[in-house]
Unconditional design. Structure first.
Length: 266
């Protein structure tokens, strides 16, 4: 089985370059922001970071395909890099430090492409998380200065911390009643949003999180990190991995109950 460590090292180099570009424009008074056709914002920093990552990948891995949020798919083959240049653009453009670059390598396999490397880098928080298939998940300043990630062992909803992004998406899908029932059963809820709850599940600082509408680039990197930390990452339909257009992540012990509440009145 491939060890993916060279790919992981490359992903860190890509994240370093993206961090420099995005941090340089964070809170810039002249930051240019546009609205995409789906009515979500995109900044000049999103585009610049993705262009930077694509350029480095084309030199270092010319045979690999690339899928990015801002510029789509380029290339074909059994290996595909998946990029979200700034996950949390709405935070980024308002000066909120909860945003990150998400970089993943996916390989063709049974059931389609599956993530085998993931890096989530949040420079404004001073945090980075990463994983490679079969090697575990870690957080730290660098590959040589890292701590291993492990999910929590909480096994009762009454003791569990649940995170989410917002209420509107759950309501739009007709899942709000089940969502609210879940919040009444758990110990604590917080709306951290975007990539961060998944990383906290991997760290064991919260126990489960979910979002009702996501794209592949939102999930590929977070999925491999959660699973390599010992957790479970599925769609709301219980399909493993980042392929369902939505996500539920947990320490594994609470996953069936999490999905049960979010689907109970759907």
């Amino acid at each position: 089985m491939p060890d993916y460590l060279d790919d992981l090292r490359l992903a860190h180099v890509l994240a370093d370059a993206a961090d420099a570009a995005t941090t340089d424009r964070f809170k810039a008074l002249d930051l240019k922001v546009e609205t995409k056709p789906d009515m979500t914002p995109v900044s000049e920093a999103d585009k610049a970071a993705e262009e930077l990552i694509r350029g480095q990948l084309q030199r270092a891995r010319p045979r690999d395909a690339i899928l990015g949020e801002e510029y789509g798919v380029e290339g074909t083959g059994p290996r595909r890099w998946v990029i979200d240049p700034i996950d949390g653009t709405k935070n980024y453009v308002r000066g909120v430090p909860v945003w990150a670059t998400l970089i993943s390598l996916m390989e063709a396999g049974e059931g389609g492409f599956q993530p085998v490397v993931g890096v989530v880098s949040a420079p404004a928080l001073g945090r980075r998380w990463w994983a490679a298939k079969g090697h575990g998940a870690f957080t730290g300043r660098s590959l040589t200065k890292a701590s291993r990630l492990n999910v929590s062992r909480v096994n009762k909803l009454a003791d569990a911390s649940f995170a989410y992004s917002s209420l509107s998406g759950w309501e739009a899908q007709g899942r709000l009643d089940g969502f609210l029932d879940l919040t009444r059963e758990v110990w604590r809820t917080r709306a951290y949003g975007d990539f961060w709850p998944y990383m906290m599940v991997a760290e064991g600082s919260i126990d489960m999180c979910a979002e009702p509408e996501l794209s592949l680039w939102d999930m590929a990197a977070t999925a491999i990190i959660v699973t390599e930390a010992g957790g479970t990452f599925t769609g709301l339909d219980a399909r493993p991995g980042p392929h369902s257009g939505d996500a539920a992540a947990s320490n594994g012990l609470l996953h069936d109950e999490l999905l049960g509440y979010l689907n109970q009145r759907y």
